[in-house]
Design a protein around this ligand. Structure first.
Ligand SMILES: Cc1cc2nc3c(=O)[nH]c(=O)nc-3n(C[C@H](O)[C@H](O)[C@H](O)COP(=O)(O)O)c2cc1C
Length: 404
């Protein structure tokens, strides 16, 4: 497979200056900028949930219901956000979530996000449905990353994917369990989401208003699902993500498959997409190292509870038999600390980093991580703590279920 080598860091060109990030103070600024810079079908792909989007909205709005206790006259010097996730040291307990088509939010998006994550000392998770392949990311970064696996009907392809992740020295495997069939996202259908985008008149008119995206995209050859094309037998044209998903994702996925993958992967295994205490108990039995409380960012079962509302009962169900992580709706450092207070050992961000990426590539992702890091640090201090590992439900106002 031909690989476009990433250019090394060099001074910003004229047009890079023209498309600078400006004065970004929060993730919402990055979202607005991404909306202006990324073609509509890809921006909408990120900023949408399934069906009525009620779970997508609840993921964010439920964080607002939880209130923090303000503490004063406590020493706030020498603070630290350093922690561990599945035993690996992290600069803060925040990882980048796996997202499909990341290289369509910005050219070579997965490589840029992995580099920004490495600089911040946090894990980057590469999706099976990425544009840059496992090998592309490994060749262009110098820190091990995590790989997210979807179970497909073609088990030989899955075995080869696992072997490729091992060869690339991925330091954890994230097995996604909540996408055996695809929840419908109306916008993707209406926009005719495909990659690369079809050159229809509406698409071309839209892209004409997105010069930052176009100029970057013209400089890369990575424009299709490079983990799959050329690797899965009989797969050539992958323009339609939904038809590929419908044909290839395995609706028979069950706990025996989890066991088989556990036996195949000797590294850290993380199960993603747990929202129910009974499933959490099964995950704790499976021999996995961690589970992620997640509803796929509100993109699958519309009407499911928000991730943050599901978190306490899952923590209670599994105790310390398995490490608990969560994702869904995290846009601020305040959200991060609330999830930690309710028992998560670490969290993942999906849209927040995608907005950074769409707004400004690698610098945009770094900006996003820096915004969240600072918010988490200041919030922790104002709650009277200096070490993020000391965060407990003590920092929350009121009694359980804390407004949820
Ligand atoms: C655009 C997009 C694509 C996604 N693709 C994947 C994927 O390929 N694999 C996966 O396990 N989860 C995927 N997810 C779910 C994320 O990993 C994560 O669960 C979710 O984004 C968390 O919610 P947040 O976006 O509110 O942070 C995707 C999410 C988004 C927004």
């Amino acid at each position: 497979m031909t690989a476009t080598k990433m250019p090394s860091s060099k001074p910003p060109s004229q047009w890079e200056k023209l498309f600078s990030l400006g004065h970004v103070t929060c993730v919402e600024d990055l979202r607005r900028l991404a909306k202006r810079r990324v073609p509509r079908m890809f921006y909408d792909y990120a900023d949408s949930g399934s069906y009525t989007e009620s779970t997508y909205r609840a993921n964010e709005s439920d964080f607002q219901k939880i209130k923090l206790r303000q503490r004063v006259a406590v020493d706030m010097t020498n603070r630290t956000l350093a922690s561990t996730m599945v035993g690996q040291p992290v600069g803060m307990p925040v990882a980048i979530a796996p997202t499909g088509l990341t290289g369509m939010q910005h050219a070579d998006g997965e490589i840029h996000a992995a580099r920004a994550a490495a600089r911040a000392g946090i894990p980057f998770t590469l999706s099976t449905m990425s544009i840059c392949s496992i090998e592309d990311v490994a060749e262009n970064t110098d820190r091990p990353f995590w790989f997210q696996l979807y179970v497909m009907r073609d088990r030989d392809f899955i075995d080869r994917l696992i072997a490729r992740a091992k060869a690339a020295q991925c330091s954890a495997l994230v097995l996604t369990l909540d996408l055996q069939i695809l929840g419908q996202r109306h916008k993707d259908i209406k926009n005719g989401l495909s990659t690369p985008p079809r050159l229809t008149i509406p698409n071309m008119l839209d892209m004409a208003t997105k010069p930052y995206w176009c100029l970057n995209m013209l400089q890369t050859r990575r424009r299709t699902f490079r983990n799959i094309v050329g690797h899965a037998t009989g797969v050539g044209d992958l323009r339609s993500l939904s038809s590929w998903t419908a044909e290839q994702f395995d609706p028979r996925l069950n706990w025996d498959d989890v066991k088989r993958i556990r036996d195949q992967w000797d590294g850290k295994l993380i199960l993603k997409g747990i929202l129910d205490p009974e499933d959490a108990a099964a995950a704790a039995h499976s021999g996995a190292d961690a589970l992620i409380v997640s509803n796929h960012g509100g993109r699958q079962l519309d009407g499911a509870v928000s991730s943050i509302a599901a978190l306490p009962s899952i923590v209670e169900a599994v105790g310390d038999r398995i490490e608990v992580h969560m994702d869904g709706g995290i846009r601020t450092g305040q959200d991060v600390i609330k999830a930690l207070a309710l028992g998560a050992k670490g969290v993942y961000i999906g849209r927040a980093f995608l907005y950074g990426l769409g707004a400004g590539g690698e610098a945009g992702v770094s900006q996003c991580l820096e915004v969240i890091r600072k918010e988490l640090d200041v919030t922790m201090a104002m709650c009277g703590l200096r070490d993020v590992r000391d965060v407990t439900a003590d920092i929350l106002a009121g009694d359980p279920p804390y407004g949820l």
